[in-house]
Each structure stands twice: as C-alpha cells, then as structure tokens.
Write a new protein. Structure first.
Ligand SMILES: [Zn+2]
Length: 105
C-alpha cells in the first residue's frame, strides 16, 4: 500500500500523517495528526461512543455481506441499506461534533 502523504498548509512540507487520538470532551475522542516539521495539528474527526457503536454495527454487516451467497440479493441489499444509513448518521454526528467543539459548522 502506498503511503498517503499530506502537505502542511502552514510550512508547506510533505509528511506522512500518523493518526493519534485524545479526549476532546466527555465521551468524545478527537482523532488528529500533527505535522512533524512545524507541529501544526490537523483534526481528522471526532468520535463519540454512539459513532463507535455504529462503526461496529457497520463492520458486522460488512462481514455478513461477505459471508452471504452472491445471489442473496435481498439480504445484501438490506444490509447495504443499513450500512448506508449508519454511515450517514455517523457523518452527520461527526459534523455536529466538529461544529460543537470547534465552533464552526
Ligand atoms: Zn508543517
């Protein structure tokens, strides 16, 4: 796998992001990476317990789909729709958390 490089907007140097996490507030972890050249931090996302639980549900459904027969369209479609819904809920909550914690929307 190719290493995905990021370009720092502050010092304009390339680096390979190494994701770290810390508690942003009660029950919410901030995932971020820092530029090794100048130390500027970039938040990749905020993850609450509800988001984690949905991520788990998504993983379980992906596994189920893998184990289903290719012809089992009905179940594949049902699980895919559930994954889509969970992912959309996560996206929405992540945006809300970012707005709440960073004061932007
Ligand atoms: Zn930098």
């Amino acid at each position: 796998m190719l290493e995905q490089k990021a370009n720092c907007v502050s010092c304009r140097q390339d680096f390979v992001p190494k994701i770290q996490s810390e508690w942003a507030t009660k029950g919410v972890r901030r995932h971020y990476f820092a530029c090794p050249h100048c130390g500027v931090q970039y938040t990749s996302r905020y993850v609450s317990r509800a988001i984690q639980s949905r991520q788990m549900k998504i993983r379980i459904r992906r596994k189920k789909i893998k184990n289903l027969a290719k012809g089992d369209i009905e179940n594949i479609e049902r699980l895919s729709a559930e994954i889509e819904k969970l992912a959309a809920e996560n996206k929405k909550e992540m945006q809300e958390l970012r707005g709440l914690l960073e004061g932007v929307s």
